[in-house]
Design a binder for this molecule. Structure first.
Ligand code: ZN
Length: 679
């Protein structure tokens, strides 16, 4: 599971919590270009891999190999998102590279923006809303561009582009949504993603995997996780993603680099992790994947760590099929003291939560948490990246072996730096006091919220016997994110955090409460088109939590809606009562999850999380527009430069931060693109 960046765009400005290393970057912050460029609703940033230069040569070499393995899966993500994505991307890139006409026209500029958006979203559907976005130029212009370029430059014939790809790109109603969660719809058949072959419907997809479920299996594999289910001659069959199977050309490259990494592993345990991952990529066997996860969990001492594989299931409306992603990182040792304190006390937090005893873990196992420095992002983590991750996802492994949770602090740091002086906070915060709290404690409480969300929240609670964990179906992801957020929010004002030295005083938590309500009620709406509903799981979660507490605390004016000069604000009057409400909702959400109460989940989500008040939405969008900001951010990666001696041995690895967005995307498409146009 991952935590998406949310109110970070509104983030704080004074570094209360920066580690020594971050101070070093902060001192050089003027030299480091955090902001690369902005277009459409997107902003591209750059992250510093703080501390890289101080690593040993062996570690640098290991990071280099893992970073290459992280880039090689990029095409997989494009193809998983939509079957025409690779054809479209390569067509656009061919035009971008070979067009000799006027590049200064509005049409060509709109063409460039469209290409940049396709890169950013790993396809033609928005990375966050999953809606198809349309080009800002028309079909006639596009046809003109195509006709001006030699046939052999294109991935498919010109006729094919015009016949097949044109309607795909330009017709709004055609494959309009990558992930359709709409209640009552056949969410498999109406979602454009490529996890389910053409003609496969929801009922048969669910029946196919229900038949594989063995209730007596205490170590059930995650059926369907690494395959596409398709219909051949009316019969359903899985196409497994492995060497020799689907996506083989990309997976072979990934394994090539993993083998190099294996040779310079830090220790035996890490070598075992890498070996098992290679074995899994070779066989596609999900039992090996589980074994790999268990060993990966046990590897606590390595400085360098990585995720590489088919991991998260947000892109599949049924939550079964996983997108390919990679995150290469190393531990930020100083900042990890914070998360060590939390995980050392995980049992205390579990025991003292407001949740019914039956739904609590009597023994919290192996919740480990650390703060990390991202060294490379790939697949579903690139260019838009999470700020925290908690893995593995398999419930039985989490229960038996625990989970590993990370906060990616050089990413949150880059967000923070990029947000400085944007005016966003000043626009939506009600009072000077609120602004001041945010500036003083915002960076600290945001990081702490991510820590607690990932390490305590997702790791807490248990299912009742007989509950499988997938009963909540399409509402499962929202309820799970609510659970993790509420666990964190409930504890944020607890004196325990001050006792542990995680917060400096009993007031700092207010920054977290203010920004959560501000975001859940208003500022996250900047990401939604006027008139639309909220679709994305994390956003639904935040509105659910904020709106439920607002509505249920109305009689006591716990949160008050104030309007000044036509501007709306949501102001917390009673922090203590708000904490009580968070606790109440947490108890209910945990009950829903533990009992698998589908109807209660449906009620909560549909009543609080989906609909937006039209007038408020309009106002928020107008206020936001004046600030000229972009609601979504992503990152370019650093370039790994390798220096070799005359015998070909690596003698140094350095990072270069000068590559811009288009350069990087075009380079990846040339050097790291091995999949066929259609898979
Ligand atoms: Zn989460």
């Amino acid at each position: 599971m991952k935590a998406a960046p949310f109110y970070l765009i509104a983030l704080a400005f004074i570094m209360m919590n920066c580690t020594e290393k971050n101070d070093k970057v902060a001192n050089n912050a003027n030299d480091f270009q955090f902001i690369v460029e902005q277009f459409a609703d997107l902003r591209v940033l750059r992250y510093p891999v703080t501390g890289f230069d101080d690593l040993s040569l062996q570690k640098k070499e290991l990071l280099y190999y893992l970073s290459q393995a992280a880039i090689e899966g990029r095409d997989i993500m494009f193809d998983q998102n939509y079957r025409h994505n690779l054809a479209i991307r390569r067509t656009l890139e061919a035009i971008y590279e070979n067009y000799e006409g006027d590049r200064s026209t509005d049409d060509f500029k709109a063409f460039e923006v469209y290409l940049k958006r396709v890169w950013f979203s790993n396809g033609i559907h928005h990375h966050y809303s999953t809606d198809k976005f349309l080009p800002g130029f028309n079909e006639a212009y596009f046809t003109e561009l195509i006709l001006k370029i030699d046939e052999e430059k294109f991935p498919v014939g010109k006729d094919e582009i015009i016949k097949t790809l044109l309607p795909v790109m330009f017709k709004p109603e055609f494959d309009s949504k990558r992930v359709n969660q709409a209640d009552g719809a056949d969410i498999v058949a109406t979602s454009a993603n490529n996890y389910w072959g053409p003609g496969v419907n929801q009922n048969e997809a669910e029946a196919f995997y229900a038949a594989k479920h063995d209730p007596d299996d205490k170590t059930p594999v995650s059926h369907g996780l690494n395959s596409r289910l398709e219909k051949v001659d009316g019969k359903l069959s899985e196409k497994v993603w492995k060497i020799g199977g689907m996506y083989s050309e990309a997976i072979e490259k990934i394994v090539y680099w993993l083998e190099k990494a294996l040779a310079v592993a830090e220790n035996k345990k890490q070598a075992e992790v890498i070996s098992l991952l290679i074995e899994y990529y070779e066989s596609g066997d999900l039992r090996t994947f589980d074994q790999y996860n268990i060993v990966w969990l046990a590897d606590q001492n390595s400085h360098i760590d990585f995720i590489n594989g088919f991991i998260e299931t947000y892109g599949d409306p049924l939550g079964l099929k996983a997108s390919w992603e990679s995150l290469v990182n190393f531990k930020n040792i100083e900042a990890s003291e914070r998360t060590i304190k939390l995980s050392d006390n995980a049992q205390w937090f579990e025991d003292n939560s407001p949740v019914d005893k039956r739904f609590k873990k009597s023994e919290v196992k192996g919740v480990t948490a650390k703060v990390i420095t991202a060294a490379m992002l790939g697949g579903d983590c690139y260019p838009a990246t999470p700020i925290g991750i908690n893995l593995p996802n398999a419930d039985w492994i989490r229960k038996e072996h625990g989970s590993k949770s990370v906060t990616i602090e050089n990413i949150t740091y880059a967000y923070d730096q990029a947000a400085q002086g944007s005016g966003f906070l000043e626009e939506f915060a009600f009072s000077e006091e609120e602004i001041e709290y945010q500036r003083k404690y915002g960076f600290l409480t945001n990081n702490l919220h991510t820590d607690m969300h990932e390490c305590l929240g997702h790791g807490s609670g248990q299912l009742l016997p007989g509950v499988k964990g997938d009963e909540l179906r399409a509402y499962g992801a929202v309820i799970e994110e609510c659970r993790a957020d509420l666990f964190s929010l409930y504890y944020m004002p607890d004196t325990k955090l001050v006792e542990l030295g995680l917060l400096p005083n009993n007031e700092a938590f207010k920054a977290a409460y203010d920004s959560y309500i501000r975001n859940g009620m208003m500022t996250q709406l900047t990401r939604v088109k006027l008139g639309d509903n909220i679709e994305q799981a994390h956003m639904r979660n935040r509105q659910l939590v904020a709106k439920w507490t607002y509505e249920n605390g109305k009689a006591d004016k716990v949160i008050e809606r104030k309007v000044v000069d036509g501007r709306s604000y949501f102001v917390i009057n009673d922090y203590e009562k708000l904490r009580g409400l968070f606790g109440e909702l947490l108890a209910e959400i945990q009950r829903i999850k533990s009992e698998g109460d589908y109807n209660a989940a449906l009620q909560l989500v549909e009543n609080y999380a989906v609909k937006i008040e039209y007038e408020l939405h309009k106002e928020v969008l107008q206020r936001y527009e004046k600030l000229n900001l972009a609601p979504y951010s992503g990152f370019v990666n650093p370039v790994y430069k390798v220096e070799k001696d005359e015998n070909g041995n690596i003698i140094d690895v350095t990072l270069d931060y000068t590559e811009d967005y288009t350069e990087q995307m075009m380079r990846y498409s040339k050097e790291h693109s091995f999949l066929p146009v259609y898979n």
